[in-house]
Design a protein around this ligand. Structure first.
Ligand code: SF4
Length: 79
């Protein structure tokens, strides 16, 4: 098991989001859809990292990403 990378933050590029809703359905503690049909993080710090990582990997346009707060490095989706 690898060490936790420290503080993380959730980002949604709302200009890229196409509103599938897959992320909010997968990680409802962390994401919601706003009335304009795009995703929005409910909190900056991930609540359920496992589900949020799954959601980031499901996003078809890579609008949802998870980053280390200290370095900005993207940790999900992984390439
Ligand atoms: S999965 Fe991606 S495209 Fe779909 S609502 Fe979430 S951020 Fe937007």
């Amino acid at each position: 098991m690898t060490a936790a990378p420290g503080p993380l933050e959730t980002r949604v590029d709302r200009t890229r989001c196409v509103g599938t809703g897959a992320c909010a359905a997968t990680a409802p503690e962390d994401l919601t859809l706003t009335p304009d049909g795009r995703a929005l993080p409910l909190r900056t710090t991930p609540s359920d990292l496992e589900l949020l990582t799954e959601a980031a990997e499901l996003c078809p346009v890579e609008a949802l990403t998870i980053h280390r707060t200290d370095t900005g490095e993207q940790i999900a989706p992984a390439y």
